[in-house]
Write a protein that binds this ligand. Structure first.
Ligand code: PGA
Length: 246
């Protein structure tokens, strides 16, 4: 826990700005840096801010490489709810990052083991993730690593829990359309990132924030493993920080 840096912001927009500062620093220090990216509602203010900063000439994504955490199994890249499409619409289509420098697990992979191994290899060939962005699920998941009896190692296929499918059904026309499985970087992949930036907003995340960073380290709360990472910056709003020890 000695390595945890906490930044508290007033609201989600400010969380986005503080998180953008972290990525700006990383890209200025290393223009071809490798950033790990996440989907979900929490990163959206950050993505808006990154787009605005590149348009304002403060940032340059033309040499940046990015690897996303996860993708639904069975969804094509252009499916309206695929995470590839989410990234295109909310970030990639608006910045100068090169398409070949963005990777998202292939939801339609026929040989799953080969796809997962190739995903790991690509990240390794790039020299590893410099800064990994993470959100957190209400059950403590990071990527699609759900509560379990062990910490997963590498990019792999996972079954989605009822809680996660329920949380994500707001994007689909019915719960039956929410995929039952996904591909995700493993906990080992995430822990190998040199730096982690976790964004958490909203009072509904206050309890899981507390459990993840101030409770026991256990695979029942996958994000709790971050307590063992040497460089974690937690950026949260006041609502999410409600239960945090002062
Ligand atoms: P959210 O998702 O940002 O939409 O809450 C976070 C997550 O499930 O990892």
């Amino acid at each position: 826990m000695i390595h945890l840096k906490v930044m508290k912001a007033k609201n989600p927009e400010e969380v986005g700005k503080l998180a953008a500062d972290q990525f700006e620093l990383a890209i200025h220090a290393k223009p071809a840096c490798v950033i790990g990216l996440a989907t979900g509602s929490t990163p959206l203010p950050l993505y808006r801010e990154l787009i605005a900063r590149e348009k304002a000439g403060k940032l340059d994504f033309s040499r940046v490489r990015s690897a996303n955490l996860d993708e639904y199994k069975g969804l094509a890249p252009d499916h309206p709810q695929s995470y590839r499409r989410f990234m295109q619409e909310n970030l990639f289509d608006h910045i100068s990052i090169k398409p070949e420098n963005t990777i998202v697990p292939d939801g339609l992979a026929e040989d799953v083991d080969a796809m997962c191994a190739a995903y790991e290899k690509k990240i390794e060939d790039w020299g590893g993730v410099d800064v990994q962005l993470l959100g957190i699920g209400h059950d403590g998941h990071i990527g699609f690593n759900e509560p379990s009896n062990h910490f997963t190692q590498m990019t792999n296929e996972v079954k989605l829990t009822a809680m996660t499918r329920e949380a994500n059904k707001r994007f689909f026309s019915s719960i039956d359309e929410v995929p039952t499985a996904a591909y995700t970087m493993g906990i080992g992949t995430v822990m190998a990132a040199k730096k982690i930036v976790m964004v958490i907003t909203g009072e509904d995340k206050a309890e899981i924030l507390y459990k993840a960073f101030f409770g026991p380290v256990t695979p029942k709360v996958p994000a709790s493993i971050l307590q063992f990472h040497p460089d974690v910056t937690l950026i949260c709003d006041e609502a999410a920080a409600k239960l945090m020890p002062q």
